[in-house]
Ligand binder design. Structure first.
Ligand SMILES: [Zn+2]
Length: 300
């Protein structure tokens, strides 16, 4: 079915701009559609949905600065009623994520979302082409709202001046109705005066969900927010997308031993669920037999 004009305007997008003097790059995102899809796929209560929305934004915003199929993963792991929020994005506009939490999360109001993770760690992983191992930065969770934690990570782990602003909101039914964010990063040549100026602008910004609505054009909003002119480098669609498949799962099962797979078959444990997107795959007798033959062939 073709999109209506309104649906077209509401599509999740991420934009990357460079200030005219080349001293700052900015990525900005509106991903209400993506965050709502994540909430629905995982049937998330309000608070985990708000945290995941921010993590999805953070991952997509950082991925904009990568090339090709380089990836970035954001993890927040805590001791609270939410144990884990994770989001993974690749540059071409795909993002996926999930949240682990206990039932007690339902006792929290949405204003308390930043207390849900409790004490813990915040981790940023970058999987880059020219690096053999992922580049990992870990800091303590400083507030648990993902936004402050990402800023703390920037301050502690990165050499580059960067500021993140992430925001998300829900409607009266607890469903995501707005999710937005931006990251400003200094480039070589940025002066302290310019850094102070942009810091001041971002610190005095109104709540970002008040400034950016799902149908807004990000480039127009950035013109209102940023104190300098800029050129648009990228303006891309973002989609909730997972590359899982039944074939991938079956490949992983090949690493199990013969008796475990045989037991799975006998117990009727034939459902495979993707953690990232909640897709379900089912193994039939044929699949099990093929797996068992392959595993036996490998061990012989
Ligand atoms: Zn999946």
């Amino acid at each position: 079915m073709p999109l209506t004009y309104e649906q077209h305007l509401e599509k999740s997008r991420v934009i990357n701009v460079l200030s005219s003097n080349g001293h700052f790059r900015v990525s900005a995102i509106k991903n209400t559609g993506v965050a709502l899809e994540a909430q629905k796929r995982h049937q998330l209560p309000e608070v985990p949905a708000l945290l995941l929305a921010r993590a999805l934004s953070a991952a997509s915003l950082l991925a904009v600065f990568l090339t090709g199929e380089e990836r970035v993963i954001i993890d927040a792991i805590g001791d609270g009623v939410v144990n884990k929020v994770t989001a993974e994005a690749i540059q071409v506009g795909e993002v996926r994520g999930y949240c682990e939490y206990s039932d007690r999360v339902k006792n929290l109001s949405k204003d308390e979302f930043d207390s849900a993770l409790g004490p813990g760690i915040f981790r940023v992983l970058r999987i880059l082409y020219n690096e053999p191992e992922p580049i990992v930065g870990i800091v303590q969770l400083i507030r648990g709202d993902i936004s402050s934690d990402l800023n703390y990570y920037f301050a502690k782990s990165e050499q580059i001046f960067s500021i993140a602003v992430l925001d998300a909101d829900t409607d009266e039914n607890g469903l995501i109705n707005n999710s937005v964010g931006m990251i400003v990063q200094a480039m070589p040549g940025a002066t302290d005066k310019e850094k102070n100026e942009i810091t001041n602008v971002l610190e005095h910004l109104e709540r970002l969900t008040n400034l950016i609505k799902p149908r807004d054009d990000l480039s127009v909003i950035l013109k209102n927010i940023l104190p300098w002119d800029f050129n648009i480098l990228k303006n891309d669609r973002v989609d909730f997308f997972c590359r899982c498949s039944k074939e991938n799962f079956m490949e992983k099962l090949l690493t199990l031993n013969y008796h475990d797979v045989k037991e799975m078959k006998e117990m009727g444990q034939n459902e495979l669920v993707c953690q990232y997107c909640n897709a379900k795959y089912y193994l039939d007798d044929n699949d099990f037999n093929n797996l068992l033959i392959s595993i036996k062939a490998k061990t012989n």
